[in-house]
Design a protein around this ligand. Structure first.
Ligand code: NDP
Ligand code: ZN
Length: 382
């Protein structure tokens, strides 16, 4: 171990120790929000506490929280067993109300955001490459996580009035942002932005976006802003006009086989955000030589699509299929700054912070009736 590494490790351990010792019960912060209490449960008010504001932490008053399809997957235990009560929400926009004594990037009154993760080891290869979501010791998720730096408490998410997060996992939101639309950028935004960057999408490229929902409509706007010619794939005709309005050139309803004709070998990049079973091979066939398919949609385990080895081999080494999970903190900040600078925001429907409203939003996401992201106005919590 070199001297620097020993010093950083010692400092990290000291800071963890100081965080933990700061957590006396009396200092814990009361929070209230909405939880489900069982698989497929309804949302009901829930009061809990969060750890105290440590020296390196900021506390946010949550202003807005987005409803991501991943929240539905968790509530429905689509990806395996969950623990309850569960307060979902990993698209969080808020305002700083307290800062620890070592905090330098935020002051009280600033806007700040939290995405899907709130901590990681900060020293493994992934963390050193700004890919904290792939931390070798495990990224700590914003909810359904265990916060090993804060007494192993179960994390609870953004459908609530406040959150305490380490400064280095909080995202700066510029003061001129349209704050009521920012929350979904913290997951839908970064998850669609990152693979476009990984694929090196550039002006004139032909880009497909499969699944035109929360993630997809962000992917379309980013790809259009990068100068790509964009084609949207979805299963309904109802979003055709929206896609064209957002700058897509073509819209394909995949339920109508005629619309798929002539598309083989025509795309430089296709982003799949589909949350249900489908045939990845159909999209692989549409790639040009050197084209790639970036997959971010993560359906339920019992509905998981498969990529066949035969398809990979026969489509040739020059075509690539890759998966991608959100984005690291540095790239999330970059995406947020890019979005605000280019005026790229999700289209949101703002709902009141009530259990029945969140239940209704979930039904509508399942029924394909959301355009394009529900955002809970946490100021309306009673
Ligand atoms: P939405 O429900 O908002 O959007 C999904 C869209 O896909 C809807 O428009 C839906 O249509 C459409 N769709 C469904 N089936 C098909 C199909 N066979 N072909 C084409 N389109 C289809 O979900 P989100 O955008 O919030 O999330 C999408 C997925 O991404 C989820 O699985 C989510 O868990 C995952 N995700 C992954 C992340 C990552 O880090 N990789 C991060 C965040 C989310 P309709 O509405 O008509 O049903
Ligand atoms: Zn999400």
């Amino acid at each position: 171990m070199n001297k620097n590494l020993i010093l950083t490790t010692t400092l990290a351990i000291m800071s963890i120790a100081s965080n933990v010792s700061a957590q006396t019960e009396a200092e814990r912060i009361p929070a209230k929000g909405f939880a489900v209490f069982e698989e497929h449960g309804h949302f009901r008010p829930y009061e809990f506490t969060r750890h105290a504001v440590g020296d390196n932490d900021v506390q946010l008053k949550i202003l807005y929280a987005g409803i991501c399809h991943s929240d539905l997957h968790h509530v429905f235990a689509d990806w395996g067993k969950e623990t309850y009560p569960m307060v979902p929400g990993h698209e969080i926009a808020g305002q700083v109300v307290a800062v620890g004594k070592n905090v330098t990037r935020f002051k009280v009154g600033d806007y700040a955001g939290i995405g899907c993760m709130i901590g990681s080891c900060r020293h493994c290869e992934a963390c050193e490459h700004d890919l904290e979501q792939y931390c070798e010791e495990g990224a700590i998720m914003t909810y359904h996580g265990i916060d090993r730096f804060n007494g192993n408490e179960a994390t609870q998410g953004g459908y609530s009035d406040t959150y305490v997060v380490a400064e280095d996992f909080a995202i700066k939101i510029p003061a001129n942002a349209e704050i009521e639309k920012v929350a979904p950028l913290l997951c839908a935004g970064i998850t669609s932005y990152s693979p476009l960057m990984q694929a090196g999408v550039k002006r004139g490229d032909k880009v497909g976006v499969a699944g035109f929902g929360g993630l997809g409509h962000m992917g379309v706007q980013y790809a259009v802003s990068m100068g790509a010619e964009v084609t949207v794939f979805d299963i309904t005709d109802e979003k055709r006009a929206d896609a064209l309005r957002m700058g897509a050139k073509h819209y394909v309803n995949v339920s109508n086989p005629d619309e798929l004709k002539g598309l083989d070998k025509t795309f430089d990049f296709i982003l799949s955000t589909i949350p249900a079973r489908y045939e990845p091979a159909m999209y692989m066939k549409m790639l040009k030589l050197h084209g790639s398919l970036g997959i971010v949609g993560l359906p339920a385990l019992n509905n998981m699509p498969a990529v066949s080895v035969a398809d990979l081999v026969l489509s040739g080494a020059t075509r690539r299929v890759f998966g991608s999970q959100i984005g690291g903190i540095k790239e999330t900040q970059e995406m947020l700054d890019y979005s605000i600078e280019h005026g790229i925001y999700p289209e949101v429907e703002i709902i009141r912070a009530e259990g029945s409203e969140i239940d209704r939003a979930y039904r509508n996401v399942l029924d394909g009736k959301v355009k394009f992201r529900y955002v809970i106005d946490m100021n309306t919590i009673k």
